[in-house]
Design a protein around this ligand. Structure first.
Ligand SMILES: C[S@@+](CC[C@H](N)C(=O)[O-])C[C@H]1O[C@@H](n2cnc3c(N)ncnc32)[C@H](O)[C@@H]1O
Length: 199
């Protein structure tokens, strides 16, 4: 495994650690992943669709909600160094990996936190909240999280969410339309959809 010196704070002796490469928005990234985190062997197809579709503000604050090992927030932060990117995940291992990966990709404009959704994210001025949400945790987890996101957006802020078309995209779209002022499909492909919901 190359570039080990970049992530010495992380115990690379972890037998399950992998380093993967991905090209996102035309730039190459390295990510260290491990067993127990989402999509450890490659950047998930839905995640890619989300990253490519994100209307990134040039400055202000963005949130990567459920960051996993970090592809969404890290790609956004590298693309727009003027952005302040907050990344949150409930999974401690994911958060540790996201921090390793931010360093590995030379990204400093990130603030990575461990916790349950907005319990560790008090800011209410995000220009953009992006999420590949934990659909497997069930609607009872995901819907309240995406509803709470509205309260953390700036007045004209946008929530961008990717979902597998067959994993309840239609009902999620309806749910979001009942809460947000406007909901649009901004990308689709490979069995996924990206919705953008305006506060
Ligand atoms: C589908 S994965 C996406 C991970 C990463 N963004 C990616 O695209 O590779 C969803 C993530 O949400 C995290 N998660 C689940 N419940 C959460 C919660 N209540 N608060 C924050 N993160 C949560 C999971 O640990 C998981 O990493």
């Amino acid at each position: 495994m190359g570039n080990e010196h970049y992530f010495t704070p992380y115990p690379t002796s972890h037998s399950a650690a992998l380093q993967i490469t991905a090209v996102l928005r035309g730039k190459e990234y390295q990510f260290v992943t491990e067993a127990g985190v989402f999509s450890r062997s490659r950047v998930d197809q839905g995640t890619r669709l989300l990253i490519e579709a994100l209307p990134l503000p040039s400055e202000g604050r963005m949130l990567d909600l459920g960051c996993g090992y970090g592809p969404v927030g890290i790609a956004a932060a590298r693309e727009n160094p003027g952005l302040e990117v907050v990344m949150v995940d409930i999974n401690r291992r994911a958060v540790e990996l996201a921090a390793v990966n931010a360093r590995l990709n030379g990204v400093v404009n990130v603030d990575i936190r461990q916790g349950d959704g907005f319990s560790v994210v008090p800011e209410k001025d995000f220009a953009l909240i992006a999420s590949n949400p934990p659909i497997r945790a069930g609607k009872q987890v995901v819907y309240p999280l995406l509803a709470a996101a509205r309260e953390h957006l700036a007045p004209d802020g946008l929530l961008c969410v990717v979902i597998r078309t067959k994993q309840g995209a239609r009902s999620l779209e309806k749910y979001l339309a009942g809460i947000y002022s406007q909901v649009e499909t901004v990308a689709k492909g490979g069995g996924y959809r990206v919705f953008a919901a305006r506060r």
